[in-house]
Design a protein around this ligand. Structure first.
Ligand SMILES: [Zn+2]
Length: 347
C-alpha cells in the first residue's frame, strides 16, 4: 500500500530513549487521519492494544518501531492474539527514527509499505515422560523444544532440552525416587507459552494439584554465562526451599559461583510463567539471555562485562558454537543431583 505516514505519540527526544506508551491509549490517535499508516513505538502495553487502537482510528497499516531502550533496538517479531485486519510491521529503532525524522522535515511523507507474509494454522507437540509412582506429589521438569524463526535456537533452547533429556536418561538407570518426576518438552514456547499452557489447561484439577514444583530450563549454555537459580516469587514452601538447597549444594561442592534470585529478570519469561499463573511454585535454572552482564556478575562468574550473557539471543548466530558446553554440563549435573535427592513433603 502507499499512504501518508503519521506518527503516534512517539515521544522521541534527544538522548537515551525512555520507555514508550505510544499507542497505548485511544487518545493517542486524536487527530489521526483515516487511511494513513500509523508509526508507533513499542513499549508498555501489548502490541494487540496498539494495533486495535490504530485500527479503530482508521489506520490503513501499522509500523511499530522498536522501543530504543537497552536490548530493544533491533528488528523484532511480536504476537497478536487475534490477526489484524491491516498489515502490521515491526522495524528497528533506527528505521523508525529515520521515518519519523523524514516525516517531520518534509511536513509529512508518503510511504510504500509492502509485507510478504503467510498466515495459517500449524500443529505443535509436547512430549512428556514420567517415572515413579502415579499418585501423590509430582515434580515437573521442563524445557521448550522450539526456537524463534530468526535462528536455530541452540542455546535457546536446545541447551535446556538437552539438559532435561540427559537428566532423564541418567535417572532412568537408577531406582525411582520417592517423588515422581514428569519430564516435559514443550512446543511453541516462543509463540506465547502455548505448549505448557495447553498442558496445564487440559489437566484435571486433581492432576494439577499433584504438581508441587515446576523446574524450568530455558537457556542453560549461554556463552558469557552467569549461573542463576530463579524463583517466581518469595516463598516459605519447604519443598521448594529443599530443592533449591539441593541445587546450591551441588554448585557449592564444586566451587561454582551461583546466584539465587526472585522474580523474572526484565523482559524474560518462559514456561515457568504458565505454572506460576496456576499457583504452582517454580524454580528456573538459567545462564542469561540478551541482558548485559555487569561488572559484579563478571567478577563473580568470569566472562566479559558490558556484553550480553548471550550475544546471539534470538538471532541467526544461536548455533552450536553459541553454547558453552562446560556450563551446560554443570547445570545438567546440578539438575540431576537435585532430582536424585527429592524427598516427599512431611505429612
Ligand atoms: Zn527460550
Amino acid at each position: 500500500m502507499t499512504a501518508r505516514l503519521q506518527e503516534v505519540a512517539l515521544d522521541l527526544d534527544e538522548g537515551p530513549a525512555r520507555p514508550s506508551t505510544s499507542g497505548c491509549r485511544q487518545e493517542d490517535f486524536a487527530g489521526f487521519a483515516r487511511g494513513n499508516i500509523a508509526l508507533i513505538r513499542r513499549g508498555t502495553c501489548p502490541f494487540q492494544s496498539k494495533v486495535e487502537h490504530a485500527q479503530a482510528a482508521g489506520a490503513a497499516g501499522v509500523i511499530i518501531m522498536n522501543q530504543g531502550t537497552e536490548g530493544q533496538t533491533g528488528a523484532f517479531t511480536g504476537t497478536l492474539r487475534t490477526p489484524a485486519a491491516v498489515p502490521v510491521l515491526g522495524v528497528t529503532t533506527e528505521v523508525g527514527s529515520k521515518l519519523a525524522v523524514a516525516g517531520r522535515e518534509a511536513n509529512g511523507i508518503e510511504i510504500r509499505l509492502r509485507i510478504d507474509a503467510e498466515a495459517g494454522t500449524r500443529s505443535t507437540h509436547n512430549v512428556t515422560a514420567e517415572r515413579g509412582k502415579t499418585d501423590g506429589s509430582l515434580v515437573v521438569v521442563g524445557a521448550h523444544l522450539d526456537s524463534v524463526s530468526e535462528g536455530p535456537g541452540m542455546n535457546d533452547n536446545a541447551s535446556g532440552s538437552a539438559a532435561v533429556l540427559e537428566a532423564a536418561l541418567r535417572l532412568a538407570g537408577e531406582p525411582a525416587t520417592d517423588v515422581p518426576i514428569r519430564f516435559a518438552f514443550w512446543g511453541a514456547e516462543e509463540r506465547g507459552l502455548l505448549g505448557s499452557r495447553h498442558h496445564l489447561d487440559t489437566l484435571s484439577e486433581e492432576e494439577r494439584r499433584r504438581i508441587v514444583l515446576y523446574i524450568n530450563l530455558d537457556m542453560v549454555g549461554s556463552p558469557n554465562f552467569g549461573r542463576f537459580i530463579q524463583l517466581t516469587q518469595e516463598t516459605n514452601n519447604a519443598f521448594v526451599a529443599s530443592t533449591v538447597g539441593f541445587l546450591t549444594d551441588y554448585f557449592r561442592e564444586n566451587n561454582l559461583p551461583v546466584e539465587e534470585r526472585i522474580g523474572s529478570p526484565r523482559g524474560f519469561s518462559s514456561d515457568n510463567a504458565s505454572f506460576a499463573t496456576k499457583g504452582i511454585p517454580t524454580v528456573s535454572l538459567f545462564t542469561g539471555a540478551g541482558g548485559t552482564k555487569d561488572a559484579a556478575h563478571a567478577q563473580r562468574f568470569g566472562g566479559t562485562a558490558g556484553q550480553p550473557f548471550d550475544p546471539c539471543y534470538h538471532k541467526a548466530c544461536d548455533t552450536e558454537q553459541n553454547v558453552d558446553r562446560q556450563v551446560l554440563e554443570q547445570i545438567t549435573d546440578a539438575l540431576t543431583s537435585a532430582l536424585r535427592r527429592l524427598t516427599p513433603l512431611p505429612h
